[in-house]
Design a protein. Structure first.
Length: 201
């Protein structure tokens, strides 16, 4: 009897996916570190006079701006506007990707570790991208008049911010990790395809 790679993948996924989500959330403050550095660097390079870095509390980011809203603070103390962003909503693909990698039958340890590293880099880029557009969206649409004027002065398109935020939140975190997994495991995908062809005869 021919061993079914699809059945083996499915059973392994049932075992590994919950475990990967557990460790993903357990060490969330570690997984988001590269995204914090990337997002902070991009924001500073883009508008150094508006952004002053990102402060992390557990897994939450507080994007520090140099925007001073009118009506806050005093001569001795000025209040700056910060934006709170949850990078985890852009990073759940890491748990999905890790679960799929661990579920592939007969994959060597070296290849698994390499794929996990590639996936981590890819998801970190997705998270940094999400943090960037989330920050722009928050300042532009819900940060108040001073924040709106500050971001509007950069010349960035409002429609672009809205579209990229939606894509960063709804599409990229779910699609890109799976695409990376498929590209890294083309031989296994071909094996599944060939198995389906044999069974369908």
């Amino acid at each position: 009897m021919i061993k079914s790679p699809i059945k083996e993948l499915f059973i392994n996924a049932l075992l590994f996916l919950p475990l990967c989500f557990f460790f993903w959330f357990l060490a969330a403050s570690v997984w988001v570190q590269p995204a914090k550095w990337l997002a902070s660097t991009v924001l500073s390079l883009w508008q150094a006079d508006l952004f002053n870095g990102i402060e992390q509390q557990q897994f939450m980011f507080h994007v520090q701006t140099l925007i001073f809203p009118q009506g806050f603070g005093s001569e001795s103390q000025l209040a700056v506007l910060d934006v709170t962003v949850n990078p985890m909503k852009y990073g759940y693909g890491l748990a999905v990707f890790s679960g799929l990698v661990m579920s592939v039958p007969d994959l060597s340890l070296k290849k698994r570790l390499l794929q996990l590293l590639v996936g981590f880099v890819g998801v970190s880029l997705i998270q940094a991208n999400g943090v960037f557009w989330d920050t722009c969206k928050s300042l532009l649409f819900s940060g108040g008049g001073d924040a709106f004027n500050a971001i509007n002065a950069t010349g960035i398109s409002h429609d672009l911010v809205a579209a990229m935020y939606q894509m960063s939140y709804l599409i990229l975190p779910a699609v890109i990790p799976v695409v990376i997994w498929v590209l890294l495991n083309r031989s296994f995908i071909e094996e599944i395809t060939q198995y389906n062809s044999r069974v369908g005869r």
